[in-house]
Design a protein. Structure first.
Lengths: 494, 120
């Protein structure tokens, strides 16, 4: 794939269609437009990291591939650590590659509650078929010999309780179980946008520029005329990208931030997000979780209540991170039984919201405000997780609670959770969405069902921002399917 | 001044018996932690530097030494007590998280932990 670095940018650039971002939404639009012979330029803030540059250095890779080195706090009580990718391919380079079709009940909720009328399962079906084919989506094996014993334990625990557990559809090809999905797959097995849609887009003539941060959108009345871009890492080179049409695919945080900084939408704005709760379980028998890979099985019994559970990555650094508030001696004691440990991530769908403030310079300030029902949802989710992991024959479970020792029974967990304050929970979020929701009943929705921004003749949005609400599940498949549909509508009208 | 408190927290977090080379570990992890703090947006970096500076002042008043110059026992004692201060928990967690993330990025430490288990 040909990616143009900052050295290839000399003077003002010109194109018909400018796409900002290179993640799940932007890549789809880039490929669809380029395939139709349009003149397309894509700009990405982060660098291009080819597969060969990925190694086992988790800390170094995190610093390189994540925005702010992976430490973007969403301030609030409690504060939530937010993470998203900043590289060519966007967050698809550092996620688990989960490609779920949008559940029909979510689409129904979006239709009935948010007034999103023109997106239904039948319409999205062919897009999902195409995405699954393009990304080689498969459900990895979970068996005694597959190296995914931590997932197998979760499966068994769910079966024991009669709870629903399924294998996860993931964008992987010949996975070698490197167990490094969140820091860039070193074997190229994970089918990120950087390995799939983007190379095809550039093959069809799209020009992709890395290390280009969009600072401001220029407009004349309701017509977008171009984008002011900071080129390279020094911050000194400013270049104008002139365009006839602009498509934003910079994600649910950066897209509204850029629009606000350009005075195209009002200041202040909300977004929805998911919360991840991380548990470490110790089993009597070794599970060699490092020999498996991330997110191969998912407990879905409580999906509609807003809770899912999966076995997640294990590496000494990830385990240690779960215990960042504990003394070194305790971390050492836990890690001494590393082969018996599995880490599990519960994904929660809170009703609370995040807020994006764009008044403090180039970076947005994120805040979160959870609702009372979220407090209960978090505690209930912890209890359900503990229950299924004990049913899976875990001996000890470490809860995502600062200062709480391990629990060895459900009743101990109930006690610990009952006495915990909400600010004691250690919360992480990797999914932000719904910052500029589509749908006639989404308050004062600024986006129509073609992805077009109100009051702008030639600005479209095709990323997680437009989803009407958080969906409780990894959103990559939905973002891509929506981007496919919106790209078709866009092409039809251009 | 503020860096001595950050270094103190780093030191308290890497007191493992399976250290590779203690001095090099400290140097390697510290440079990574400070580099990540330098890259924070100003509205995140400012409170971090403020809390670290206040910590240093308290520590010097209490022990006449900065946090990184204290014995491990006294340092841990101070950190435990500081937990009662507002925002300290968030600050401590931030530094500890970055520290642990980078500390375990060393194959020698993985080997010392006997982690390289055979693949199936």
């Amino acid at each position: 794939m040909q990616v143009h670095g900052p050295e290839h940018i000399t003077g003002e650039q010109r194109c018909d269609h400018l796409i900002i971002g290179s993640g799940a939404g932007a890549s789809v639009s880039g490929l669809e437009l380029a395939r139709q012979g349009h003149d397309v330029v894509m700009i990405e803030e982060g660098r291009h990291h080819p597969t060969a540059s990925f190694g086992p250095d988790i800390g170094k890779q995190t610093a390189e591939l994540y925005r702010n080195g992976g430490i973007t706090p969403m301030l609030g009580l409690p504060s939530i650590a937010f993470a998203e990718g900043r590289c060519v391919g966007g967050t698809t380079v550092i996620n688990g590659g989960l490609i779920w079709r949008t559940p029909p009940w979510i689409l129904q909720e979006w239709r009935e509650k948010y007034g999103l009328r023109s997106f239904d399962s039948e319409r999205l079906e062919r897009h999902f078929i195409s995405i699954e084919e393009n990304l080689h989506v498969v459900r990895a094996a979970v068996s005694q010999n597959s190296g995914n014993l931590d997932s197998l334990r979760l499966h068994e625990g769910a079966r024991e309780l009669g709870w629903k557990s399924v294998l996860v559809p993931r964008a992987i090809r010949h996975c070698k179980n490197s167990n490094l999905c969140p820091t860039g797959c070193p074997t190229g097995a994970k089918q990120s946008m950087a390995l799939t849609y983007l190379p095809r887009a550039t093959d069809h003539g799209a020009r992709l520029y890395s290390e280009c941060r969009a600072l401001k959108i220029e407009h004349s009345g309701s017509k977008i005329t171009g984008v002011v871009v900071q080129v390279g890492s020094t911050g000194k080179r400013i270049v104008r990208f002139k365009c006839d049409h602009l498509i934003l695919g910079a994600g649910a945080i950066q897209t509204p931030h850029l629009l606000r900084r350009s005075n195209l939408i009002p200041r202040g704005g909300n977004f929805k997000f998911h919360i991840n709760l991380k548990f470490v379980a110790e089993f009597d028998q070794p599970v060699h979780a490092e020999n498996g890979t991330i997110f191969t099985a998912q407990m879905q019994e409580f999906a509609r209540d807003g809770m899912l559970l999966m076995a997640s990555n294990i590496k000494p650094a990830y385990v240690a991170l779960s215990f960042a508030t504990r003394p070194a001696s305790e971390i050492e004691s836990i890690l001494s039984r590393y082969e018996n440990l599995g880490t599990y991530t519960a994904i929660i769908r809170p009703k609370g919201i995040g807020r994006i403030s764009s008044s403090f310079g180039q970076q947005p300030l994120l805040r979160s405000k959870l609702e009372k029902s979220d407090d209960q949802l978090i505690r209930d989710s912890c209890l359900k997780t503990v229950k299924v992991l004990f049913a899976a024959k875990a001996r000890k479970i470490y809860l995502p609670l600062a200062g709480t020792p391990f629990v060895t029974s459900c009743s101990q967990a109930e006690q610990a959770l009952a006495s915990a304050r909400i600010k004691d929970f250690e919360l992480v979020s990797v999914h932000a969405m719904s910052s500029l929701p589509m749908g006639s009943r989404c308050g004062d929705s600024l986006i129509d069902e073609k992805g077009k921004l109100a009051n702008c003749r030639n600005l479209y949005i095709m990323d997680a921002s437009i989803l009407p609400s958080n969906m409780g599940e990894s959103p990559q498949g939905t973002i891509m399917a929506f981007a496919h549909e919106l790209s078709e509508r866009y092409i039809d009208s251009h | 001044m503020w860096k001595s408190s950050v270094r103190g927290i780093i030191l308290s977090q890497i007191q493992f018996s399976f250290q590779a080379e203690p001095d090099l570990d400290l140097e390697r992890v510290s440079s990574q932690v400070f580099s990540m703090l330098d890259n924070l947006a100003w509205f995140h970096r400012f409170p971090v530097v403020t809390i670290a500076s206040v910590t240093t002042i308290f520590c010097v008043i209490r022990y006449r030494k900065s946090l990184d110059a204290l014995s491990q026992k006294k340092r841990q004692q101070f950190i435990d007590n500081a937990g009662k201060l507002p925002f300290w928990g968030l600050f401590h967690k931030l530094i500890s998280s970055i520290t642990l993330l980078h500390y375990f990025d060393n194959p020698v430490i993985s080997r010392n932990l006997n982690i390289a288990s055979p693949r199936p």
